[in-house]
Design a protein around this ligand. Structure first.
Ligand SMILES: [Zn+2]
Length: 323
C-alpha cells in the first residue's frame, strides 16, 4: 500500500453525491487506514488515477461553506505532505448570458481573468457607482502547472477527431439510475419567480428563455473563467445577472466554498452546473452535475504527466519531521 507521502493530488468534495462520483473515477483503490495523521478527522478514500496517487475527501455531512472547506483542506495537507495541489470538485449554480451558453450539466473551471485569480468572493466587496462591483482583498490563482494543462485539455476537447473522453468517464456511473442525465433543462426568465412546490410543475413554459437546442459533438461544454463564491446561496437572478455581466467579474457560476480554499492551498475549482442560481433551483440535476465535474477532473489527471506535477506544496511544515 502506498505511504502518505506518495499521494500528490488532493480532491475535496462538499456533498456526498459529489464524493460518490469522485470515488467512481478512481482506476484503483487503496486501503489507507494507517496512513492518516491521528489528529485528522477527515474520512478519506485513497486511490490512483492514471499515474497519480489521489486522496479524496468530503466535507462532513450537513456542513458547507468556506470555513468548513478550509478546515478540511488544512487537515488534508497536514496528513498528506506531498500534495502538489487540491482540486475542489462539485456542483454550482450557473449564470448563462446571451454570449455564454451555460447549460445544466456543463462544467466551469476557475481560471484567472484580468485582475482576478479565477475565484472572487463577491460578498466581500462593495457596489460602486454604476452598479459595478469593487473587490476587497485578493485571492490567489490556481497553480501555474494546472493552468498550462487546462489549455491542453481545451485543445483536445475541441478537436472533433479525438474521442469524447469525458463522456466515457461519465458512463462509469450510468449503472446508478439517479446519476443519469435528466431530460429537462429549464432556464426561466429572470423576472419570473418560482410558483412553489419541489419541482417546477406549477411554473409555466411561456416564461422560459428561448434557447436553441445545443448542437455539439461533445456531451457537455466546458467554460473557463471566474467562479463567484460567497457565504450564502445565490438564488437571486437579478443579482446573478449583474455579477455575470459586470465586465470586471464575468462570473460564470456561484458556489459557497471556493474562496475558503484559494488562499489556504494551491487550488483549482471544477464545478458541474446543477441549477441557474434562481428561485427555481431544485435537486433534479445535482447528481448528474456531480458526475460531469468528476469526469472532467479524471480526464485532467489522466493527461497530466507525473513529471509535470511541480514541487510538493508543503503546507503542513517540514515533511521529514512527519514521515
Ligand atoms: Zn419554478
Amino acid at each position: 500500500m502506498p505511504q502518505a507521502y506518495e499521494y500528490t493530488v488532493g480532491w475535496v468534495c462538499v456533498l456526498q453525491d459529489e464524493y460518490l462520483a469522485a470515488c467512481h473515477m478512481l482506476d484503483e483503490r487503496y486501503d489507507g487506514r494507517d496512513v492518516v495523521n491521528e489528529n485528522d478527522n477527515n474520512i478519506y478514500t485513497l486511490g490512483r488515477i492514471s499515474e497519480h496517487k489521489v486522496v479524496i475527501t468530503c466535507l462532513p455531512k450537513g456542513r458547507t461553506g468556506m470555513t468548513a472547506a478550509a478546515a478540511v483542506a488544512q487537515n488534508m495537507i497536514r496528513s498528506f505532505l506531498a500534495l502538489k495541489f487540491i482540486l475542489l470538485v462539485g456542483t454550482a449554480g450557473g449564470a448563462p448570458m446571451p454570449d455564454r451558453d451555460i447549460r445544466l450539466g456543463d462544467v466551469v473551471v476557475s481560471v484567472p481573468q484580468g485582475q482576478l485569480g479565477g475565484v472572487v468572493q463577491y460578498d466581500s466587496g462593495k457596489i460602486i457607482q454604476g452598479g459595478q462591483f469593487e473587490r476587497i482583498g485578493h485571492l490567489n490563482s490556481p497553480p501555474t502547472i494546472l493552468l498550462g494543462l487546462l489549455q491542453d485539455m481545451q485543445r483536445r476537447y475541441n478537436d472533433p477527431r479525438k474521442p469524447d473522453k469525458i463522456q466515457e468517464h461519465i458512463k462509469r456511473m450510468d449503472y446508478k439510475p439517479g446519476f443519469r442525465r435528466p431530460t429537462e433543462d429549464r432556464l426561466y426568465r429572470a423576472d419570473y419567480e418560482h410558483q412553489g412546490g419541489k419541482t417546477c410543475s406549477n411554473c409555466i413554459a411561456a416564461k422560459l428563455e428561448q434557447r436553441p437546442p445545443r448542437v455539439s459533438d461533445r456531451v457537455i461544454n466546458v467554460h473557463y473563467g471566474t467562479i463567484g463564491s460567497a457565504n450564502s446561496v445565490m438564488k437571486n437572478p437579478q443579482q446573478r445577472d449583474r455579477l455575470a455581466r459586470d465586465p470586471n467579474l464575468k462570473i460564470l457560476c456561484f458556489d459557497m466554498e471556493a474562496a475558503g480554499l484559494m488562499n489556504t492551498v494551491p487550488t483549482l475549482v471544477i464545478r458541474g452546473i446543477c441549477n441557474y442560481a434562481d428561485s427555481h433551483k431544485n435537486d433534479e440535476w445535482n447528481k448528474y452535475a456531480a458526475v460531469t465535474a468528476a469526469a472532467y477532473t479524471k480526464e485532467l489527471l489522466t493527461i497530466l504527466e507525473p513529471e509535470e506535477e511541480a514541487m510538493p506544496f508543503r503546507g503542513g511544515g517540514n515533511p521529514k519531521s512527519n514521515i
